[in-house]
Structure formats: structure tokens, C-alpha cells
Design a protein around this ligand. Structure first.
Ligand code: 26Q
Length: 762
């Protein structure tokens, strides 16, 4: 049967067919059923040992195209729809994006699930089935407002399993209900994303925006990802969420062990648990508790769990390293405290001279989650070479001295199926026409470098980019009502809003360019600066920076003398779907974090893969990108990580020195509270941004600002040598192969998980 015939059959069954007559929604539902049935035919991957990738976030994005690609039927479906007067991209618009993550760490988990399935490794993701996930962002009066993001009541792949586990808190036992999403690999087998919901969770308690009663645990527990933790009730709720997730996960893992006929003590032989940052770290004491309940002695239980758990660190920002007050844990999870105390006592006894530095429970009665992971996991990995080096030498040096064998690096990766094949079919097809299809499996683009001097190839590469830019411009015009010039340079910064990522530095560049244009110094070519970012609801300065950018957008786009030369666009509700539209159209990839602060970054890899050129600091994986492409194919600026770390150690940075000592910097910073902006925006918010620049600037924006402006000017000038630019873009793509998540997952497997690919039934 052809795809058209199959779809017709499904549509007729619903009384919605045939394909030419059916409305988009019916077509989407038919595609869901078609792919669902095809996925169900795939063998579930299994083996002696299985990986549980446990994470509070899985930023999976929409799944329709991804599943069609992995099933190998995307072209066929697109053609069938086209022939019947539909378009796949319009149908895709109807799918809700599950926003079950914040950013990098959650998207990484999703890429790794895709790669594990592709490599035929038995691996399930385990997490929470949030009703609303991360909030939906709206801009009102040029400010971010948060709303619940309803996704589960729209048709999708999520199914209920009937599996339930009790999770007990003092005076309250909740039921964890297991949901599942199929995880298809490219050609490979099938794994699952397994998400727990609280049976009693109840969205009707949400009032204004995303406000709800934080103490009503039974009803609020799985509504939102990272609810506001600016007060004690919010922080306690996080602990409840974390324990709910890990207790259900631990019960699931032990049940599968038992169902396979294995005794509890054999856990390390049959399961490996990758702990994605510290949010799931309580799984260590919880598993120990459950193994003891099965009759194991505490020492044996600790040993078994330690040989099962591995920990990935994604940050060195002190404020993001989770530490819970003992009394919170006593309140929420008292059953774990005796175990945590025992773990702490044993760790301290093993290295008494270091006690203060390595204690799980410190002198202030704070429980350090990462320390528990390092003592009682068998592997500790950072996510880029520089990040792992900093962990070993600085942040976790005492631990590295204690356990050198545990530390390893796994530079992050991204799946090329989603981030090239799906997001950028034009470039994907062009690359394939040059080097064949092999890259879809082996991630190898090296052969592209042979075309670096081939004028015809370079011109076609530019044409592909130009088409993508036109497509984005048309989309923005239609959806957001903003007109941008497809011939302008597209300069894009999309990532969570955070001071260390320094969107505020880009905003100062925008001010600089605006003032240049006002003074009659016009650029050679117009520039469009695109931003996309959500700020944590309680992160005041991040929200203020969004406000600043939206004010600049208003000022600049509304100034008819400036807007032909400069435009600012901040897209609303930035998410995976937006990223898929923005990245293929990008010329300049902004990766401008303060060196040493961005663990890796993965957006940097997605942009490179899509033929953008990086403007960046030597931070995270930018370091590896620059080594791969060579310094002539990347635009670097700013202080190096060593210098920055020294500045922190010696308290040697004072932003006021830069503000007072450089009239140009003073002029740009002052503009934040200028009459023009105050007239548009809220003086209170803008004043906070201004004051932070002058008095604090913890992430040293002003330190790197001058060089940033200089290098960005140089980059814009070099854009005018179009063939040379195309060559840089081509070299970037040619060396992107290293950043395939297939490579990353294969390394995790060889060095940490040691699973055998499942070849059963084939
Ligand atoms: C911690 C304590 C209290 C409340 C919230 C948190 C919290 C929440 C989310 C801490 C961290 C996160 C998310 C971190 C994250 O996404 N990190 C990113 O991980 C990517 C994948 O490894 C890296 O590429 C990025 O560099 C890193 O920032």
C-alpha cells in the first residue's frame, strides 16, 4: 500500500477522508496513528544491561518530523501530502511542543535518547510528566509574562501505561503514574521516554499566570518544571518533585530487575543510571534505602548503588550547584536522612584531612548533592574539554585528587537528524549531493573541505543560506508581523537568558550600532539582530534584560532613519521549534559567555553545522570548535578562562573602572537610562540594568565589551567578501562531525555504560 492509500484508510475510518478533503487536524491524527503503528512494530531494544538516563528535563521538541525521518518515510509523506494539497510544515504547526525542559541540559538528554536508539543501545529516559512544563512566555508591555503551557490535551504520542508506584512523604502518600513516549532511532530500534505524573495533580489550582498554592503538594507536584524557587515553599516543592521522580524511578528500575529474575545485589550488572546534573541525585540514597528494604546490608547496598550510578556535571556556577538545608530534607524526605548521614560519615572518614571540602553535609548543615554523586557514583564527567579541565583543576580539585579514575570528559553532541535533516532540508540535500548520504550515520563531513576553493559550490552554499533567510523572513512577517530584510546579516543569539551568557553585551552593541547610524556612520549592509530567550520567573536581572532588548526593538524598529540599517527582533516563547527555524537562517552565531562560565553550549554546535560562523569567547565547546576549524574560521575575542578565574580569585575586576575610565563605554551604558529608552520602557527595570553594569557586573561584560565591538565590526566587514565567507561556513560544516551526539553517546557507552548493542531479532 502507498502512504496515500494508508492515510486514506485511516481518514475514512474516522469519517474524515479522503486525504484531499480532510482538514489539517484529521491529517495530523492520521499521521500520528500511522507512525505510531509503524513504531510499535519495531523491536523494543533490550539486553543484559540497560541504561536509565534520569533527568528532570527532556526537551524533546515536536516529534512528527523526527519520527518520519527515523522511520525513513518523510519524503514519501511530504510528497503524498503535497499531491493532496496539504503541506507537511502546515501539519507540523498543529503539533504541540512538549516544553519539558529549560535549555541545554534538557535538549542534550533528548539528543542522547535519539542517538542511543540509533546505536541500538537499550536505554530509557526517566523523568517527570509535567502538565505545563516550562511556562509559555508572552511579552506584555515589553515585559515577559508567564502562562501555563498546555500540551497534554492535544493529540500526541504520549500514552498511559497502567504502571503505578506509591511515593511517600510525611503524612502523604502519592501515586506515581507512568506515561510513555516512544523514542525511535534512525533506522534502529525503539526505546522509551518514561515520565511520571502524580495521580492527584490538578491544573485547576493554577490562578493568575502561573501562580498556585505551593504548599498543596498533592495537587501541584507535577504541574510545572522548576517552579519559582525564590521562597522557601518553592524550594521545598523542588525537593518534593525531585524525590517523587527518583523514588518512582528507583522502584521502576528494581521492578525490572526483579521481573527479569535477577536478585537485588546484581543491580550493577543489569542497570546503569546516568544522573543528569544533580536534580536526580536523591536516587542514590533512595536506591540504597530500597535495597536495604530488600534485605541487603547497608555496606552492600552502598557498594551496589555506587557501581550503578554515574554523574554528569553541567555547570560550575556556584549558585547552580544544588545544596539543600538539612531541615528541608528532614521535612520532605526524613527516611533518607539517616542514609545521607551515613554516606557523609563514610566519605569524611575516608579523607578526614579534607573533611570540610568534601563533606556531603557541610558545617552550615547544607547537603551538597554533587558531592554525594562524586563519592557514590563510579564516574564523573564534564561536558566539554575546558569544562572538565576546570572541574579537575579548580572547582572539584579535592575530589579529583581523591578519585582521579572517576573523572572523564564527554564533550556534548547534537543529533544531526533533527538539527540538519529535519531543520534544514535544503542544506542537508546539498551536502548529500556533494558527499553522499554516509554522514547521516557516521557524522563525517570531512570531504566537504575538498570543495573549499570550488566557486560553484561556494555560490550554491550562499544560495541555500539566502533561501533559508527568505523563508525565516516570510515566517516572521506572517507570524509576528515584523518585516526583516533577507539581505541583511542575520546575527542570532538564542539561549536561556542569563547574565553569564551576556545577552546584555549584545544589547550594548545594538546601542553602539544605533548611535553610529544616528551619527551618520552607516554600515555596509543592514544588520538584523535576533534574540530568543526565556528568563526564570524569579530572576529579576534576566527579566530586566529582556525588557531592555524589547525597548531597543521598539526604539530602533520604529525609527525610520535607523531601521533600514538595523533591526532588533526578540521572538516570543523561544523553544525548540523556534530554534529549528532560526538556526538554518543564521549568519553570525553569538556565543559570548564569560570564559569559564559556559560548561559547553550546544547551540554553538547547531549553528556551526548549519553553516553559520561563530562570534565567541574561548569558553565551553567554543574552544574545541576553534581548534577544529582553525582560528581563521571563527571570530574570537575576550579574556581567556585562566585570566577570568584569576580575576575572581583576586577580586580584581571592578566594572566601575571600565565605566569611569572609558567614555565610550560610559556613553553606551548611560544610554540604558537615556530619555529615549525611559520614554518607551519602565525606568525601574532599566535602572536596575544600568546600576548592575556600573556597580556589579559580576560576569564582566564591560571587561570584554570593547574587543567584542571591534571583532564584530571586523566580522561584518569580512561578510562582504561573500566567497570567503562561504568558505568559512563550509569549513565549519566540514568539521562539525565531531559534535554528533552519536559520537558522544558511543563514547559514554565505551567508557561509562558498557552496554552491548542489541541485535536481537535482526
Ligand atoms: C539549580 C538549583 C535551583 C534551581 C534550578 C537549578 C538548575 C536548573 C536548571 C540548575 C541548572 C539547570 C540547567 C542547566 C543547563 O541547562 N546547563 C547547560 O547544560 C548544557 C548541556 O550540557 C551545556 O551545554 C550548557 O553549557 C549548560 O549551561
Amino acid at each position: 500500500m502507498t502512504i496515500t492509500q494508508k492515510l486514506n484508510l485511516l481518514l475514512e475510518e474516522e469519517g474524515a477522508g479522503p486525504l484531499e478533503k480532510a482538514d489539517g487536524r484529521a491529517v495530523f491524527r492520521a499521521l500520528l496513528r500511522l507512525t505510531g503503528a509503524m513504531l510499535a512494530e519495531r523491536p523494543q531494544l533490550s539486553g543484559e544491561k540497560k541504561l536509565y538516563y534520569i533527568s528532570a528535563e527532556f526537551l524533546i521538541g515536536k516529534l512528527l518530523s523526527n519520527n518520519l525521518i527515523n522511520l525513513g518515510i518523510r519524503e514519501e509523506v511530504a510528497e503524498a501530502l503535497e499531491a493532496a494539497g496539504h503541506s507537511l510544515s502546515e501539519i507540523e504547526e498543529l503539533e504541540a511542543e512538549p516544553a519539558l525542559g529549560n535549555g541545554g541540559l534538557g535538549r542534550l538528554a533528548a539528543c542522547y535518547l535519539d542517538s542511543a536508539a540509533t546505536l541500538e543501545l537499550p536505554c530509557d529516559g526517566v523523568g517527570l510528566c509535567y502538565h505545563y512544563g516550562l511556562f509559555r512566555q508572552k511579552f506584555e508591555e515589553l515585559k515577559q509574562r508567564e502562562y501555563p503551557d498546555v500540551w497534554r490535551d492535544r493529540p500526541g504520542w504520549l500514552t498511559k501505561t497502567g504502571v503505578r508506584f506509591p511515593v511517600s512523604f510525611p503524612g502523604l502518600t502519592l501515586e506515581a503514574v507512568l506515561y510513555e513516549l516512544p523514542v525511535s532511532g534512525y533506522g534502529g530500534g525503539l526505546n522509551r521516554l518514561r515520565l511520571f505524573d502524580a495521580a492527584t495533580a490538578d491544573g485547576s489550582i493554577v490562578g493568575e499566570g502561573i501562580d498556585f498554592d505551593k504548599t498543596d503538594i498533592a495537587r501541584n507536584l507535577t504541574l510545572f518544571l522548576y517552579p519559582d524557587d525564590s521562597d522557601e515553599a518553592g524550594r521545598l516543592l523542588r525537593v518534593y518533585q525531585q524525590y517523587f521522580m527518583v523514588s518512582a524511578a528507583a522502584q521502576l528500575i528494581l521492578k525490572e530487575l526483579k521481573d527479569a529474575g535477577h536478585p537485588p545485589a546484581s543491580l550493577p550488572a543489569h542497570a546503569v543510571i546516568q544522573i543528569n546534573d544533580t536534580h536526580p541525585s536523591l536516587i542514590i540514597p533512595e536506591l540504597i534505602r530500597l535495597l536495604m528494604a530488600e534485605g541487603m546490608a547497608i555496606g552492600d547496598a552502598i557498594e551496589a548503588v555506587s557501581r550503578t550510578c554515574a554523574y554528569t556535571n553541567h555547570t560550575i556556577l556556584a549558585e547552580a550547584l544544588e545544596k539543600w538545608p538539612v531541615d528541608y530534607l528532614e521535612k520532605a524526605v526524613p527516611q533518607l536522612m539517616p542514609i545521607i548521614r551515613e554516606l557523609d560519615a563514610r566519605a569524611q572518614a575516608a579523607a578526614p584531612e579534607l573533611a570540610e571540602k568534601i563533606a556531603i553535609i557541610d558545617g552550615n548543615d547544607l547537603v551538597h548533592m554533587a558531592r554525594m554523586d562524586i563519592h557514590y557514583g563510579f564516574s564523573v564527567n564534564g561536558v566539554a574539554a575546558l569544562h572538565t579541565k576546570i572541574l579537575k583543576e579548580t572547582e572539584l580539585s579535592e575530589f579529583y585528587a581523591l578519585y582521579p579514575e572517576k573523572f572523564n570528559n564527554k564533550t556534548n553532541g547534537i543529533t544531526f537528524r533533527r538539527w540538519l535533516m529535519q531543520a534544514n532540508p535544503r542544506l542537508s540535500d546539498f551536502v548529500t549531493s556533494l558527499i553522499g548520504e554516509g554522514w547521516k550515520r557516521d557524522g563525517n563531513f570531512e570531504k566537504l573541505a575538498e570543495f573549499a576553493e570550488d566557486r560553484a559550490v561556494l555560490e550554491r552554499l550562499l544560495a541555500v543560506k539566502a533561501e533559508n533567510k527568505r523563508e525565516l523572513a516570510a515566517y516572521l512577517a506572517e507570524k509576528e508581523g515584523v518585516e526583516i530584510d533577507p539581505d541583511s546579516v542575520f546575527d542570532i543569539q538564542i539561549k536561556r537568558m542569563h547574565q553569564y551568557k551576556r545577552q546584555q553585551m549584545n544589547a550594548l552593541w545594538v546601542i553602539w550600532k544605533y548611535l553610529e547610524i544616528k551619527a551618520g556612520r552607516l554600515p555596509k549592509r543592514p544588520v538584523t539582530v535576533l534574540f530568543g530567550a526565556k528568563a526564570a520567573p524569579a530572576y529579576t536581572l534576566a527579566k530586566d534584560t529582556i525588557h531592555l532588548i524589547l525597548c531597543l526593538q521598539e526604539l530602533i524598529n520604529g525609527d525610520s532613519a535607523v531601521s533600514p540599517w538595523l533591526k532588533v527582533v526578540m521572538v516570543e516563547n523561544y523553544n525548540v521549534t523556534w530554534a529549528e527555524k532560526l538556526i538554518p537562517a543564521c549568519d553570525i552565531s553569538e556565543q559570548i559567555s564569560l570564559a569559564s562560565k559556559e560548561a559547553s553550549g550546544t547551540g554553538n554546535m547547531k549553528f556551526m553545522l548549519n553553516g553559520a560562523v561563530t562570534l565567541g569567547t574561548l569558553d565551553g565547546a567554543n574552544v574545541e570548535i576553534s581548534e577544529l576549524v582553525g582560528e581563521e574560521n571563527i571570530f574570537l575575542f575576550g579574556k581567556k578562562s585562566g585570566e577570568v578565574i584569576d580575576l575572581y580569585a583576586t577580586e580584581g575586576y571592578r566594572s566601575a573602572d571600565f565605566y569611569d575610565g572609558d567614555p565610550e563605554i560610559e556613553r553606551l551604558v548611560d544610554f540604558v537610562i537615556s530619555k529615549q529608552l525611559i520614554r518607551i520602557g519602565d525606568p525601574e527595570n532599566l535602572a536596575r540594568v544600568y546600576k548592575d553594569f556600573v556597580c556589579k557586573d559580576w560576569f564582566m561584560t564591560l571587561l570584554d565589551l570593547r574587543e567584542y565591538i571591534e571583532v564584530k565590526e571586523r566580522m561584518l566587514a569580512s561578510y562582504e567578501d561573500r566567497l570567503h565567507w562561504a568558505k568559512m561556513a563550509l569549513i565549519n560544516i566540514a568539521h562539525a562531525g565531531f559534535f554528533s551526539s552519536d559520537r558522544a553517546v558511543a563514547q559514554y557507552n565505551e567508557e561509562i555504560w558498557r552496554l552491548k548493542p542489541d541485535r536481537s531479532g535482526r
